[in-house]
Write a protein that binds this ligand. Structure first.
Ligand SMILES: [Zn+2]
Ligand SMILES: [Zn+2]
Length: 365
């Protein structure tokens, strides 16, 4: 899950907000948008999810720092040792002892109980991976650890305590509905305790009834030659497992290519700059130029100007869109002017000027 919108805006706080500010903002908004207060309102429900997600990230110093630096946060991007917790839509990490507003704990317990008891597809996960420039053009097999939610090993994903028996829900008398009265109005709502199924189970003690537990897992992917920053590769079924044996989500691997001191990639083309002496540029020469395949010999024609681009066809990065094809390499010439100090060199330059009296500014006005 990637946070496309600004989490600070979602929580209506500024970027310097303290942890207490964040908690206060979350409590205020959670009370306003909680599904129980807005039954059947999809917009409020969506908003509540986003608020909760924003809170989850900004209330955790490590995740907040990652978000501030990268502009997004997704499950699995931090090292496994830092994220050995429950992921996704949960309230972990919230310290109730600091919470003086007692009605907030009602929100919490309701959110737990109202989870539907039917299969749901698991969340997609995103994992950011950094590779070198060389690796991005050659491709490479990447192995890394992720933390994902998987079916609970104790209850097999059912959420039911092994050996316990299912019974009829006491709150709704097994109907799955509850009749509420507000003034003269009477309306029927889905029973929050059983999620409308009319049945209650004894929640599995290991996964708390959710059927999922977090687990570290090693995954492997072949990064094809030509991957670039922001390339997004999918590993099907390696997102979070689905609730109650619903299908698993997918894992998306997002590539970031480290900068190279010499090469710069733009599309499938590779750009670089190479210095030339005035003499080399004026008389022409042959020089060696680094390419991603090694050194190549390039002919510099006489009269080459500063800033001129030389194109080396087919020496760019492999194309992901057109397999088998490669971009070009562009070499920008940087003419280095000598700093002459001795009289003899100055004399030669003056003679050179006399022999070549052209005015480079003649066309300017
Ligand atoms: Zn379980
Ligand atoms: Zn019920």
């Amino acid at each position: 899950m990637i946070s496309k919108d600004d989490l600070y805006i979602i929580l209506e706080i500024d970027r310097e907000a303290s942890l207490n500010d964040i908690k206060r903002a979350f409590r205020k908004l959670a009370r306003r948008y909680h599904p129980d207060i807005n039954p059947g309102d999809r917009h409020a429900e969506e908003r509540f999810k986003r608020i909760t997600e924003a809170y989850e990230i900004l209330s955790d110093p490590l995740k907040r720092e990652f978000y501030d630096v990268n502009g997004f946060y997704s499950n699995g991007v931090l090292e496994p040792s830092q994220k050995d917790k429950t992921w996704g839509f949960s309230f972990q990490g919230f310290n109730f002892s600091q919470n003086s507003e007692s009605d907030f704990s009602d929100i919490f317990s309701f959110a737990r109980r109202s989870e539907p008891r039917e299969p749901q597809r698991g969340q997609d996960l995103e994992y950011a991976i950094s590779i070198s420039f060389e690796e991005s053009v050659k491709g490479r097999r990447a192995r890394f650890n992720i933390v994902r939610m998987d079916a609970c090993g104790i209850c097999g994903g059912s959420g039911q305590e092994p050996g316990s028996r299912e019974r009829s829900c006491g709150d709704c008398g097994g109907t799955g509905k509850i009749i509420r009265t507000k003034g003269h109005l009477q309306f029927t709502v889905t029973c929050g305790d059983c999620g409308g199924s009319g049945r209650r189970i004894k929640a599995c003690g290991t996964c708390d009834g959710g059927g999922l537990t977090s687990r570290a897992e090693m995954v492997e992917i072949d990064l094809p030659p030509g991957v670039a920053t922001a390339s997004r590769l999918r590993i099907p079924g390696k997102g979070n497992a689905g609730r109650l044996r619903g299908p698993a989500g997918d894992l998306y691997v997002v590539v970031r290519v480290e900068e190279h001191p010499f090469f710069k990639r733009i599309g499938d083309n590779i750009h670089c700059a190479i210095p030339l002496t005035v003499t080399e540029a004026a008389l022409g020469t042959k020089i060696q130029i680094p390419t991603i395949d090694g050194l190549a010999i390039v002919r510099i024609p006489p009269g080459t100007q500063n800033g001129q681009q030389l194109r080396m066809r087919g020496r760019g990065a492999p194309s992901l869109l057109n397999p088998g094809l490669r971009g070009d390499q562009y070499v920008e010439v940087k003419v280095v002017v000598p700093r002459v100090a001795d009289e003899r060199s100055k004399q030669i330059l003056r003679e050179l000027a006399k022999l070549n009296p052209g005015d480079p500014r003649s066309n300017l006005w």
